[in-house]
Design a protein around this ligand. Structure first.
Ligand SMILES: O=C(O)C1=C[C@@H](OP(=O)(O)O)[C@@H](O)[C@H](O)C1
Ligand SMILES: C=C(OP(=O)(O)O)C(=O)O
Length: 437
């Protein structure tokens, strides 16, 4: 019988000393998947260099191919490193898109499908049926698309592409995912009237990810008005226009750098991540501030970002609403700190890959911790932890959070560490190499 990877247990390596390593982190998921969509919608071919090759990005590439886009995987024009050449062509249906459990695929592609010339069916992992999509579905209908779903505002569904979309003004409640806004903006240059997206509802999470969308749209020639610089709050406008093909180098995924930086903090060691960008819209850049407040220090040099720990970890009271995807890793570090932590502003994490607030509470407490869920986050009181199984619920960031705890607690076993492949192709290999084990 073949082993079932989802029930496999991986003994998380325990760190017997301070780590001292340089860790090259693969490309950003969020940049790669935006880059793919924008290149597919462009008026000319483009390049994506150092793309992330992981489950979420391969699903995006495959879905775009199904819609008729040509994506050639190879080395770049100057022969250095991996590069994908993206050759746009008329978008076609009928097609079937597997979104896996990738928020970026399930939200960014329905507006693209509305531009195709036939029906595009969307389905994915069981969890994809539970993740919110109503903002995209309702908005596309309001902008002129025909969509068949089962009435829950979720997958599975079929977008009946009509070869184009009117576009115009639309109100959405994107408080459950910033990706609703990003999705509509990314395809909007190809809508007949462009788009005006008005967010109405509770606070929008993950604003840096919307900034990333705006920056990347502008970099391919789109005209975007945003709330940031004197614009109307919670309103974005994109004018209709042709998009340029681009030669884009993808930055390392700073959120995936998190477990490695955490290793420096937890073991009182030092980790350097090369190619850390000086300026970026990636939320992972906030780790410089957050992990410094938790007890380390960092320096950005030609070699990259070097993060150094002291072996002492302090608790933190922090609003993570803008950087929600960093929460599991911060919770793991906080469970090992010398004082309590309060993580706020992340109620929407209940609808991520899994209910991350419930999962972190349960798994840390089962190792002897004392975590309670609040209305919008976690309260973490550190206690001596013991070994045991850390369940991961098909959530890559649960697995990396468990590995962080395992550095300081002997006998932690991570269930289904392979789930990290959602955004990191070889996390176990990178982790053991960093530790030299
Ligand atoms: O646009 C993106 O690339 C992302 C936006 C965020 O989503 P939410 O706003 O749904 O949290 C983030 O958590 C996710 O990992 C990636
Ligand atoms: C929330 C996340 O992913 P997704 O893009 O599937 O929403 C994440 O990577 O933490």
């Amino acid at each position: 019988m073949r082993p079932d990877p989802s029930t496999d247990l991986w003994p998380a390596p325990y760190a017997r000393g301070a780590v001292d390593a340089t860790v090259t982190v693969p490309g950003s998921k969020s940049v790669t998947n935006r880059g793919l969509v924008l290149a597919a919608l462009a008026a000319e071919p483009g390049w994506l260099r150092r793309p992330l090759r992981s489950r979420d990005t391969l699903l995006m590439a495959e879905a775009l191919r199904t819609l008729g886009v040509k994506i050639e995987e190879g080395v770049g024009p100057d022969g250095t490193g991996e590069a994908w050449r993206i050759i746009p062509s008329p978008l076609r249906g009928p097609a079937t898109v597997d979104v896996g459990n990738a928020g970026t695929v399930m939200r960014f592609l329905p507006p693209v499908a509305a531009l195709a010339d036939g029906p595009v069916r969307f389905d994915g992992d069981p969890r994809s049926h539970e993740r919110p999509l109503h903002g995209v579905i309702d908005a596309l209908r309001a902008l002129g698309a025909r969509i068949d779903d089962d009435g829950r505002g979720a997958l599975p569904m079929t977008v009946h592409g009509a070869g184009g979309l009117d576009g115009g003004t639309v109100e959405i409640d994107a408080s459950s995912s910033s990706q609703f806004v990003s999705a509509l903006l990314l395809s909007a240059p190809r809508f007949n009237q462009g788009v005006e997206v008005r967010h109405v509802g509770a606070k929008l999470p993950s604003l840096p990810h919307i900034r990333m969308t705006v920056d990347m749209l502008r970099a391919v020639g789109a005209q975007v008005d945003e709330p940031e610089h004197g614009g109307e709050p919670n309103v974005w406008r994109v004018a209709p226009s042709a998009l340029r093909g681009r030669d884009l180098v993808v930055e390392p995924d700073l959120s995936n750098a998190q477990p490695f930086l955490a290793a420096a903090l937890v073991t009182g060691g030092r980790v350097t991540v090369p190619d850390w960008p000086e300026r970026t819209t990636q939320p992972g850049d906030e780790l410089r501030r957050i992990f410094t407040e938790m007890g380390g220090s960092c320096e950005l040099t030609e070699a990259g970002l070097t993060f150094t720990g002291t072996g002492r970890i302090h608790g933190i009271d922090v609003d993570l609403g803008e950087v929600g995807e960093l929460t599991p890793g911060i919770a793991a570090v906080a469970a090992l700190a010398d004082s309590p932590s309060t993580l706020r502003g992340v109620a929407h994490l209940r609808l991520h890959e899994t209910d991350r607030l419930a999962a972190l509470t349960k798994e840390i407490n089962e190792l002897g911790g004392d975590v309670t869920e609040t209305e919008d986050g976690l309260h973490i009181r550190p206690r001596p932890l013991h070994g045991g199984v850390f369940h991961t619920y098909h959530d890559h960031r649960m697995a990396t959070a468990g590995a962080i705890i395992g550095l300081a607690v002997e006998g932690v076993e991570i269930e289904d560490v392979a789930t990290t492949a959602k955004t990191l192709p070889d996390f176990p290999g990178m982790w053991t190499e960093m530790l030299g084990v």
